[in-house]
Write a protein that binds this ligand. Structure first.
Ligand code: C2E
Ligand code: MG
Ligand code: MG
Length: 709
C-alpha cells in the first residue's frame, strides 16, 4: 500500500470526515486534538476541549477509576483495562450522559506515549441489538519510519470501525482498510485498482457515479447515500456512505475519500419496527408513506439508469354503496379480497399500496413504453372481472384507473400521484370501469377535489346552482307525465360541472343537506306553475333525487312539509327518487320514512334499478310507485340477447308487482320502439329531451307529445 507516496493526503481532512469522534490524548491525559464529530457528540467546542484533561468527558463517579486505568494503559496497552470495544459513558456539555463505544490505540510521539481514542455514539448500535463486531487494533508498524502526520492518518484509516476507501477520479480503489474488506468479503488485493462494480448490488449501479458527479461538479463537497453490496458469500449488505473529495489548492479534485458504515442490521430492525408504520393494517399492503419512499427511489433510479416508471391510481367504483348497503364489515372484507387479487397480479419489482379508503396505488418500474403501463392497468382491472363472494353475497366490484408515466425529466415525482388522480377522475367521467392515460391537458381542467369542494360551498350563495328538468313521457302516447329535477352547477370559470362529480363530493359533508333542501324548494315551486297538457287529466309531477344522507336526515319530513306549504304544490305531484343504497342503509328506518311520506301523499321512485345488489321482490316491499330501469339496460354499450332478456324480465316482474316501470336513457327510436313493445309504461331520455332550464319547460310542453307516428 503506497497511497501515501502518490497522493498528497491530508490527515486533517481525513480526521474531519470520520464518522467517529476522535481525540488525541497526550501522556498527561490532556486532550491535544479533537475532531469535528467529537464536538458534535459532546456539545463542547474545540477550544473548550483542547488542553483539558480527558476526564472532563467522564462522569464524576468514574473519574478516579479512569485516571488509574489510563495510567495502566499507558504503561501496557495490552493490559486492555481500557482496551477496545469498551462501552463507556460520555459526559456531555449539557450534563447529559451518552453511551458510547470507545476504541483506543497507543501512539508513540517523540518517545512519549499518547493515546488515540475513537468514540462512537452507541445508541444506534444498542437499538439494533447488533452483535458487536470485534475489530483488532493493528499495532503501529515502524513508527520511526513515518512522519507524525502520516502516523496519525494511518492509524485513523486502518483501525477505523467504518470501512474506509480512497479512490481515484475513475473511482478505482487506491486504498482500503480491513473493515471495508470484511464488509464486502474481498481481500485487499482483489479490491485495489478496481471500482466497486463487481460487488455492487445490480440495482444500485450508478449510485456512486451520481455521487461522484455531484462532488466533482462542485455542487457539494460531501454527499451521503446508502448503497448495497453483495458480499462474497452472497449476503447483501447495506452501507451508509459518506463521500468527500480532497482538492488541490486550485480546487481540482485529487481523489475521493469514502467512509462506509455497515447498516444492514440496523436497516433490518428499522424495517421490522417500521413495518407497522409503513403498512395498512387492514390489507397489509404498503401505505402511503412507504409508497412515496419507493416512488422517490424509483425516480432516482430512472434518472441514473433511464427507462420509465408508471403510477396507477385505482379507485373502486361506487364502493361507498357497498359500505352503505351491506355495512362496514362486508366492506372491509371486500377490500381485503380486492387487495389480494391485486397483489396476485403485482410484479415483484412493483409496489402496491392502499392509498386510502377505496383507493389503491400501483408503482410499475422498469418499463420501456407507455403501452406497458396500460397493460398493467388492464391486468388490474382484469383481476376484478370475477365477482366476489363475501358473507354469502355475490358482489361485482369494478374500478377506474388513472395512469401516469414518468421518465427522468419528471421534475417532481410527487406530482405523479396528483396527475394519476387527475387521469383517474377523467376515467370516472368518461365511463366507469376503465383506465385513462394522463395527458398534461387534463391538468388545467381538473383541480383537486378539495378545491372543488371549497368552491361548491360558495356556489349556492353565488347563484351558480340551478335545477333543470327532464321530461318523463308516457311511452304509449309520448305525452309528458312529469319532470325529473336535475341539479346543475354553472361554474364561473370551469363551466358546467357534472352532478356525478359534485354530488358525491357534497355527500361527504353536510353540504348535501343544504343542496338537497335547495333542490326541493326550487323543484316544487317550479312544478306548482306547470299546467296540464294534451289529453291528460293531471298536471305534470316533479321527481326530486334524494341522497342517502338526506333521506336519513331526521329533519327531512318537516322540510318537505314546509316546502309543500310555501309552494302550494299538492303532495301527489311530488315524487321522491331514491336509490337502493338509500333503502338498505337501515331497513326499518327507511320503511318508517317512506310510510311517513306516503301518509302525506308523496310517492317514491326507485332510481337506477338493476345496478345494486338486491332483488326486485325485496324492493317491492318498499311500495315504490315507479321503478326506474337504469340506463345501462336501456342503451347498453353493446346490444346483447342476454341484456334483452334481462330487460324483459324486469318489465314483466314489475307488472306482476304492480309497479310502474320507467326506462331511463332512451336515446334512439329503436330503443323507444322496443320498450313500447315490452309494454314499459314510461320513459326518459335524450330522444325526447335532455333536462332543460325551468324557463324552457313551457316551450317543451308545447312541443311534446310529438307526432311519432
Ligand atoms: P339520475 O338520477 O339517474 O339522473 C339521470 C341522469 O341521466 C341525468 O344525468 C340525466 O341528464 C341523464 N340522462 C337522461 N337522459 C339520458 C340519455 O338519453 N342518455 C344519457 N346518456 N344520459 C341521460 P345528470 O343530470 O348528469 O345527473 C347524474 C346523477 O346525479 C343523477 O342520476 C343523480 O344521481 C345525481 N343528481 C342529479 N341531480 C341531483 C339532485 O338534485 N340531488 C341528488 N341527490 N342527486 C342528483
Ligand atoms: Mg334520478
Ligand atoms: Mg337514474
Amino acid at each position: 500500500m503506497n497511497y501515501l507516496e502518490d497522493y498528497p493526503l491530508s490527515w486533517n481532512h481525513l480526521l474531519e470526515v470520520l464518522p467517529d469522534g476522535v481525540a488525541f490524548v497526550d501522556e498527561h491525559g490532556l486532550i491535544r486534538y479533537a475532531n469535528e464529530r467529537l464536538t458534535v457528540l459532546t456539545g463542547y467546542t474545540r477550544d473548550e476541549l483542547v488542553g483539558q484533561a480527558v476526564e472532563m468527558l467522564v462522569p464524576s463517579r468514574e473519574r478516579d477509576a479512569h485516571v488509574v486505568h489510563r495510567g495502566e494503559y499507558a504503561r501496557d496497552p495490552s493490559a486492555r483495562e481500557m482496551g477496545n470495544d469498551l462501552n463507556l459513558i460520555l459526559l456531555c456539555h449539557d450534563g447529559n450522559e451518552l453511551a458510547v463505544e470507545v476504541a483506543l490505540s497507543p501512539l508513540t510521539l517523540d518517545g512519549k506515549e499518547w493515546v488515540v481514542a475513537m468514540i462512537r455514539d452507541d445508541r444506534a448500535r444498542r437499538a439494533a441489538e447488533q452483535v458487536r463486531t470485534e475489530f483488532e487494533l493493528h499495532a503501529l508498524a515502524t513508527a520511526e519510519a513515518l512522519s507524525e502526520s502520516e502516523q496519525r492518518f494511518r492509524l485513523a484509516f486502518e483501525n477505523n470501525v467504518a470501512g474506509m476507501v480512497f479512490a481515484d477520479l475513475e473511482d478505482k480503489i487506491l486504498a482500503v482498510n480491513d473493515a471495508f474488506c470484511q464488509m464486502v468479503g474481498r481481500t485487499r488485493e482483489e479490491l485495489l485498482g478496481h471500482d466497486s462494480t463487481p460487488f455492487t448490488y445490480p440495482e444500485d449501479l450508478g449510485i456512486s457515479e451520481e455521487a461522484n458527479r455531484r462532488v466533482t461538479s462542485g455542487e457539494t463537497d460531501q454527499v451521503s447515500y446508502a448503497k448495497r453490496y453483495v458480499h462474497r458469500d452472497g449476503r447483501v449488505t447495506v452501507a451508509e456512505v459518506h463521500r468527500s473529495t480532497a482538492r488541490d489548492p486550485e480546487g481540482r479534485t485529487l481523489y475521493f475519500v469514502m467512509s462506509e458504515r455497515d447498516i444492514t442490521q440496523e436497516r433490518a430492525l428499522t424495517a421490522q419496527l417500521s413495518h407497522q408504520a409503513l403498512h395498512d393494517p387492514l390489507t397489509g399492503l404498503a401505505n402511503r408513506v412507504l409508497f412515496e419512499d419507493r416512488l422517490s427511489q424509483a425516480h432516482e433510479k430512472v434518472v441514473r439508469q433511464g427507462g420509465l416508471n408508471a403510477v396507477l391510481l385505482v379507485d373502486l367504483d361506487d364502493f361507498k354503496g357497498v359500505n352503505d348497503t351491506l355495512g362496514h364489515f362486508v366492506g372491509d372484507k371486500l377490500l381485503v379480497a380486492i387487495a389480494r387479487r391485486f397483489d396476485q397480479v403485482t410484479r415483484s419489482s412493483d409496489t402496491l399500496c392502499r392509498f386510502g379508503g377505496d383507493e389503491f396505488l400501483y408503482l410499475a418500474e422498469g418499463l420501456t413504453s407507455p403501452a406497458q403501463a396500460e397493460q398493467v392497468a388492464k391486468r388490474l382491472l382484469g383481476a376484478l372481472a370475477e365477482p366476489f363472494s363475501i358473507a354469502g353475497a355475490h358482489l361485482a366490484q369494478h374500478a377506474s384507473i388513472g395512469v401516469v408515466v414518468c421518465d427522468a425529466t419528471s421534475t417532481d415525482y410527487t406530482e405523479s400521484i396528483r396527475d394519476a388522480d387527475v387521469a383517474m377522475y377523467e376515467a370516472k367521467r368518461e365511463r366507469k370501469g376503465h383506465h385513462v392515460l394522463f395527458a398534461p391537458s387534463m391538468r388545467e381542467q381538473a383541480t383537486s377535489r378539495f378545491a372543488l369542494l371549497q368552491e361548491l360551498r360558495q356556489a349556492l350563495q353565488a347563484g351558480e346552482i340551478s335545477m333543470h328538468y327532464q321530461p318523463i313521457v308516457d311511452l304509449a302516447t309520448t305525452e309528458v307525465v312529469g319532470f325529473e329535477a336535475l341539479m346543475r352547477w354553472q361554474h364561473s370559470e370551469r363551466g358546467w360541472v357534472p352532478p356525478d362529480v359534485f354530488i358525491p363530493l357534497a355527500e361527504q359533508s353536510e353540504l348535501i343537506l343544504e343542496l338537497g333542501a335547495f333542490a326541493l324548494r326550487e323543484a316544487m315551486s317550479a312544478a306548482s306553475s306547470w299546467e296540464r297538457t294534451g289529453a291528460r287529466t293531471g298536471r305534470p309531477y316533479v321527481t326530486v333525487n334524494l341522497s342517502a344522507h338526506q333521506f336519513h336526515d331526521p329533519g327531512l319530513v318537516s322540510i318537505i312539509e314546509g316546502v309543500l306549504r310555501t309552494s302550494g304544490l299538492i303532495p301527489e305531484r311530488l315524487i321522491i327518487e331514491i336509490t337502493e343504497s338509500v333503502t338498505l342503509l337501515d331497513v326499518a328506518e327507511t320503511l318508517g320514512v317512506i310510510e311517513h311520506l306516503n301518509h302525506l301523499g308523496i310517492a317514491i321512485a326507485l332510481d337506477d334499478f338493476g345496478t345494486g345488489y338486491t332483488s326486485l321482490s325485496y324492493l317491492a316491499l318498499l311500495h315504490p310507485k315507479i321503478i326506474k330501469i337504469d340506463r345501462s339496460f336501456v342503451s347498453p354499450p353493446q346490444q346483447s340477447a342476454r341484456n334483452d332478456t334481462l330487460l324483459e324480465t324486469i318489465v314483466s316482474l314489475g307488472k306482476k308487482l304492480n309497479v310502474t316501470l320507467l326506462a331511463e336513457g332512451i336515446e334512439t327510436r329503436a330503443q323507444f320502439e322496443r320498450l313500447r313493445l315490452l309494454r314499459c309504461e314510461f320513459g326518459q331520455g335524450y330522444l325526447f329531451s335532455p333536462a332543460v332550464p325551468a324557463d324552457e319547460v313551457e316551450a317543451l310542453l308545447a312541443r311534446l307529445p310529438a307526432n311519432w307516428g
